[in-house]
Structure formats: structure tokens, C-alpha cells
Design a protein around this ligand. Sequence first.
Ligand SMILES: NC(=O)c1ccc[n+]([C@@H]2O[C@H](COP(=O)([O-])OP(=O)(O)OC[C@H]3O[C@@H](n4cnc5c(N)ncnc54)[C@H](OP(=O)(O)O)[C@@H]3O)[C@@H](O)[C@H]2O)c1
Length: 171
Amino acid sequence: MNKIDIVLIAAVAENGVIGRAGDMPWHLASDFKRFRAITMGKPQIMGRKTFASIGKPLPGRTNIVVSRDPGLAIEGCLTAATLEDALALAKADAVEKGMDEICIQGGGEIYRQAIHNADRLRITHVETALEGDTTFPEIDPALWKVTEEERLPAGEKDDYPTCYKVYERRR
Ligand SMILES: NC(=O)c1ccc[n+]([C@@H]2O[C@H](COP(=O)([O-])OP(=O)(O)OC[C@H]3O[C@@H](n4cnc5c(N)ncnc54)[C@H](OP(=O)(O)O)[C@@H]3O)[C@@H](O)[C@H]2O)c1
């Protein structure tokens, strides 16, 4: 059986900001398209607040929402009381569907816990610094090396230019 990698996927401003007032502080249609392509078919783990900001399960993917509320039930999603339980559910789903990645899609609280066990980071660096209340943890170059990089000028439906980078954990 192939290894199943744990991958954090996020859009991050130059000052680390990823969110403001429960939402994303930008509109980036090109990045949304890339996110959809990268994540399709793969299990998705997200914090309860990120799910609330999206408002509905992402189609074509198993959505796993992490919450400490044992009574939480969300139509179309699996729920998990711990990150470890969420990872176990995601792994079973990936095995069943023949997928090689588990996607951790935020938000700040979940990224901060999950980065320690991650194999790969897929980061869209948003080329602006702006105010926000949620940040991505530091990406330490001693631990992570860039293996892919693609700069994208702002398209018609993008607020800012971006640079998409894939980081692999140094072994
Ligand atoms: N730029 C990006 O790529 C990106 C991606 C995703 C999200 N965001 C933004 O990030 C913000 C949301 O992030 P956030 O940090 O506020 O919240 P979050 O990480 O989405 O969710 C936090 C919630 O997850 C649950 N949780 C966290 N750790 C847990 C654990 N170990 N065990 C069980 N449950 C756990 C708790 O839910 P309960 O309170 O129910 O117990 C907690 O309140 C929003 O602004 C969103 O738009 C940005």
C-alpha cells in the first residue's frame, strides 16, 4: 500500500494572515480553482470554525469537521472529537478511495496543531500584507524545503498576485 501523506493547504499573506472575522480577507478565483483540482477526491479535515465559514460540505470529497462538541452533527460531513480521530477517519477514507493525500484545510487552530505531523505544505503566498485575526504558523526553512513554485499574476477575478509553493519536510 502506498504511503498516505498529510498535507496542509492554505493561502497565506506576507505577514502570515489567513483569516479575518471568520472569513478569508480576499477573493482569489484562480486559487479556488487550483484548490478544487488539488483536493478533489481526497479527504478534507477542517476546524468547526472553518466549516462554518464555508457553510456546506465540499462536493466530491469526504469532509471531516473537528469539534470538541460531542453532540455536533452536520449533514454531509463526518465529525471528530480530536485531530487524531479525524486523521484516522481520513486515512481510512483515503485507503478506500485509493488517494495518497489527506488534506488539512484549516483554520489557524488546526494548522498550528497539524503542522507537526505534516509531510507536505501546499501554500499559496498571497502577495500582500493585511490585517487579520488568524495566522498560519511559521514555515521554518530548516524543516521545510521548496520543491515546486509557480507565480501567478492577479487575474480578472483575483484581488492579488500569488506565488504557489509546495514544501516537503526535510528528512
Ligand atoms: N487562508 C486560508 O487558506 C484559510 C483556510 C481555512 C480557514 N481560514 C480562515 O481561518 C479562520 C478560522 O480559523 P480558526 O483558527 O479561527 O478556527 P478553526 O481552526 O477553523 O476551528 C477551530 C475549532 O476547531 C475545533 N478544534 C480545534 N482543535 C481541536 C482539537 N484538537 N480537538 C477537537 N476540536 C478542535 C474547535 O471547535 P469547537 O469550538 O466546536 O470545539 C475550535 O473552536 C477563518 O477566518 C477562516 O476563513 C483561512
